[in-house]
Design a protein. Structure first.
Length: 86
């Protein structure tokens, strides 16, 4: 399972066995094409990739407000970031 992120990366990756992710060792992270490269590496490794919904993810503090705006008012993420005044 792979969930693409709005920034071109991914927000979730699920595999049934840890060694299935070995093909990702050479995939560059934090680039606009990381999600596409990840999906391609998995598929080239013979892994069926089930894509899930695209979401905003939180890589850096600069991403925080984007994710906060998409949260429900009672979300745990909002409460946590409010509690540390971020």
């Amino acid at each position: 399972m792979l969930g693409p992120a709005e920034d071109g990366g991914w927000w979730v990756l699920g595999v049934s066995r840890p060694e299935m992710a070995d093909c990702l060792r050479t995939v560059p992270m934090s680039q606009p094409d990381t999600g596409a490269l990840t999906a391609a590496a998995l598929r080239n490794g013979g892994i069926d990739v089930a894509m899930v919904d695209e979401l905003a993810d939180f890589d850096t503090v600069d991403d925080l407000e984007t994710v906060r705006r998409k949260c429900l008012a009672d979300s745990r993420f909002l409460r946590a970031t409010d509690s540390v005044r971020i």
